[in-house]
Design a protein around this ligand. Structure first.
Ligand SMILES: *[C@@H]1O[C@H](CO)[C@@H](O)[C@H](O)[C@H]1NC(C)=O
Length: 374
């Protein structure tokens, strides 16, 4: 398959962002997969539930003026692993890895990123406050002033991974290693703005294109209700491009079973926070793509100079963006990420929310990788 990256006709970037949205009439296959997925994962969830107490919480005010909610686990003097969530997620997506990292002797720190959960959503009506430079600015302030670290280990998923790639580009001195989940690094292309490339490739209903228009998707999410929206995201396992059709993202009557790796309690936590804070903060990251592209011209075709481990599920929509498998497996990715671990992990029968769906395996990969650099 032709990779748009090498043809200079478009940028893959946006196509790799959070690929967990639905066609309005395509929920059936998910339901059929449910029993098998349930049996496979039934053994994992309960073991670490009773250790919840070791996760502590605080709110810190950064020198960027933004207050972030932090969840933390592990001894305070230990090497720090910063965990960055995606959309529509929260620090909570890392709960399993936090316990595993703490048990392995690391300090795990998972913020709600700006715009999310119990953190500030600064100027939420102005997506210009959500560029990669703003979000990375928060992280640098967090690392320097709050955590008091010269360097941290980073693990990141979905939009968190995009932010982590930017952190590695802008401030490689701050990152010891990166474990990136679901979203690969694709360098900025000077030839075309990412949203234009995506529109040319997938059309106006492609989710990232629909999200550009302030308020439209918020209205659709409000019609469906926060809980159903989150269930639809979490249960999504369709390996292909995703669309928010103008006719609606499904019906209120849709039966959307919870995936085995999301408990009622988990769903309640996410629902309460997104009810309170709304989706706009997270959606602003997509709406800032244009401005980020404008501001990052100095990093056109730049390489990532940090040791990296990459992990992805074979049912993750991000693994089915046009050209991505060739890019990952035939040298393109390695060219732009020279310190990439050659063993790219492709997990079988795993969807987008890989750190929640395969908590033990992902924790092990993170710990084994950072151990080599500790
Ligand atoms: C970004 O730019 C594209 C055109 O290049 C436009 O279609 C889209 O609406 C813009 N997004 C925002 C949030 O302004």
């Amino acid at each position: 398959m032709r990779c748009p990256l090498f043809m200079g006709t478009s940028s893959c970037l946006g196509g790799l962002i959070c690929s967990c949205c639905c066609f309005d009439d395509d929920d059936k296959p998910n339901q059929e997969q449910e029993p098998a997925a349930m049996a496979a994962a039934a053994a994992t969830p309960s073991a670490d539930d009773d250790q919840t107490a070791i996760i502590t919480h605080r709110t810190v005010e950064l020198s960027t003026g933004v207050r972030l909610h932090l969840a933390e686990a592990g001894p305070s003097g230990a090497p720090t692993v910063l965990l960055l969530h995606g959309f529509p997620e929260l620090w909570y997506t890392w709960r399993h890895q936090m316990r595993a990292l703490a048990a392995a002797g690391y300090r795990a720190v998972a913020p709600d990123l700006r715009g999310y959960g119990d953190s500030d959503a600064p100027a939420v009506a102005d997506p210009g406050q959500y560029t990669a430079l703003h979000v990375v600015g928060d992280l640098v302030a967090l690392i320097d002033d709050v955590l008091g670290e010269k360097q941290v280990f980073v693990a990141a998923h979905d939009w968190g991974a995009l932010t982590a790639w930017s952190l590695c580009l802008f401030r490689p001195d701050k990152v010891r290693t990166l474990v990136a989940l679901s979203v690969a690094y694709t360098p900025r292309s000077a030839a075309r703005k990412p949203v234009d490339g995506l529109r040319a490739l997938f059309g106006d209903d492609y989710y990232i294109c629909r999200i550009q228009e302030a308020g439209e998707i918020e209205a659709e999410f409000a019609r469906l209700g926060t809980e159903l929206v989150l269930k639809k995201f979490f249960s999504y396992r369709y390996p292909g491009p995703l669309f928010f059709p103008k006719s609606g993202w499904g019906s209120l009557d849709d039966e959307v079973p919870l995936p085995s790796w999301v408990t009622e309690e988990d769903l309640k936590y996410y629902t309460n926070k997104f009810e309170k804070t709304g989706f706009t903060g997270g959606l602003n990251y997509y709406r800032a793509l244009n401005k980020t592209w404008e501001l990052t011209s100095p990093w056109t075709l730049a390489k990532i100079n940090v040791p990296v481990k990459f992990i992805i599920g074979d049912l993750d929509l991000t693994y089915h963006s046009p050209g991505i498998q060739d890019f990952l497996h035939k040298g393109g990715f390695k060219k732009f990420v020279p310190l990439l671990d050659d063993d790219i992990v492709v997990m079988k029968d795993v969807g987008h929310f890989i750190n929640e769906e395969k908590p033990n395996e992902v924790s092990e990969h993170i710990i084994n990788f950072i151990k080599k650099f500790s």
